[in-house]
Design a protein around this ligand. Structure first.
Ligand code: FA5
Length: 333
């Protein structure tokens, strides 16, 4: 009876012991076998009674052995069934699913806004010749950005692109105006890492070329993008700036305001937040790809994604985005 609680390995070794026990008590050299041999030598008048008692003894031994054997086998079987039990009604274990990186999530949101405004999404190489990264963008040979202090160069003299602006050139070579494209992607600069700088970061480039395009189209487009991105109350500010590939050029900021029914207040600690650079495509850039600046004009912009990502998710350091610490990353599931 108690055999049911025996651990499986003990029940199995008890079964082996039992077969030794059976051999010892019923085998050829057992006391029982010796008694059976004596039956023939017992006087005739006692032989029947003697024989019967030897048979009873044998039956008794067999019964007891079988009873123990049955109990042990049942115990083994019960435990085997227990071990193989499968509860098909248990809820499945959910496999750990991956998810998109916060930069990717933000990039997709930005793409969606521009696609809704009629832009195509373009892709360009991360390794560029000087022609695409500098010359065609009207960046003079002496420009400091070309120096190996600012730009990573491969051993065969190619540049890791320092901005997404070279995709403007690729896009204008692939398509004729009128054209509207955005090009998000990785860029590389020999910047010293800190809370707002990383040697690799993301930008999204925008380019529109058509007849009669003015600065007003640029301002309207950026303002609409910012409203769709951050909410209808968000304002935009353009500050005069300089880029070799745009003229005029402007730095774009957007307001961080929290508004309610009665008014707006500036976000704690920040008022205007830098979004990126922009301007009217320089005639030399249009000429570099064979577009007549007398017929066509365009605007372009290049926005940094990392700092925006940090702001949207409340990160105090953009380097967190590239450390691949799963404790950080799984928060964006
Ligand atoms: C440019 O890169 C220009 N190509 C933008 C442009 C495009 C102007 C088209 C005109 C027409 P800038 O160097 O300012 O501009 O960089 C743009 C944005 O990239 C910055 O506003 C900032 O958000 C981001 N950025 C720059 N350096 C880093 C860095 N090391 N780490 C993270 N973000 C950076």
């Amino acid at each position: 009876g108690g055999a049911g609680a025996l651990p499986l390995d003990e029940a199995e070794s008890a079964l082996r012991e039992l077969s030794e026990l059976r051999a010892r008590h019923t085998g050829r050299k057992s006391a029982l076998a010796a008694l059976k041999k004596q039956i023939g030598r017992v006087p005739v008048e006692e032989r029947a009674a003697f024989g019967q008692s030897v048979q009873r003894l044998e039956a008794e031994i067999e019964t007891r052995l079988e009873r123990v054997e049955r109990a042990l086998k049942e115990a083994v079987e019960r435990q085997r069934i227990e071990r193989e039990r499968l509860d098909v009604t248990l809820p499945g274990r959910r496999p750990r699913r991956g998810h998109l990186h916060p930069i990717t999530l933000l990039r997709q949101r930005m793409e969606d806004i521009f696609v809704a405004m009629g832009y195509a999404v373009e892709d360009g190489p991360e390794i560029e010749t000087d022609f695409y990264n500098f010359d065609a963008l009207n960046i003079p040979p002496s420009h400091p950005a070309r120096s190996s202090q600012d730009t990573f160069y491969t051993s065969d003299g190619l540049a890791l692109r320092t901005q997404t602006s070279p995709v403007q050139i690729h896009a204008m070579q692939r398509r004729r105006p009128p054209l509207r494209v955005v090009a998000p992607g990785k860029v590389f600069r020999r910047d010293t890492p800190d809370a707002t700088h990383n040697p690799m970061f993301f930008q999204i480039e925008g380019l529109l070329v058509d007849r009669g395009i003015t600065m007003a189209h640029l301002k309207g487009t950026i303002a609409e993008f910012v409203r769709r991105m951050f909410g209808p109350q968000t304002r935009t500010r353009f500050r005069p700036s300089y880029f070799p590939f745009t003229e005029p050029s402007a730095e774009v900021d957007y307001s961080c305001f929290i508004c309610n029914g009665t008014g707006c207040r500036v976000c704690k600690g920040v008022g205007w937040i830098e979004l990126g650079g922009s301007g009217m495509v320089h005639p030399n850039v249009l000429r570099a790809v064979g577009i007549d600046p007398e017929e066509f004009s365009g605007f372009a912009f290049g926005l940094g994604i990392d700092r925006m990502c940090a702001l949207m998710y409340g990160l105090d350091d953009i380097r967190l985005l590239y450390e691949n610490d799963v404790r950080f990353l799984t928060q964006f599931d």
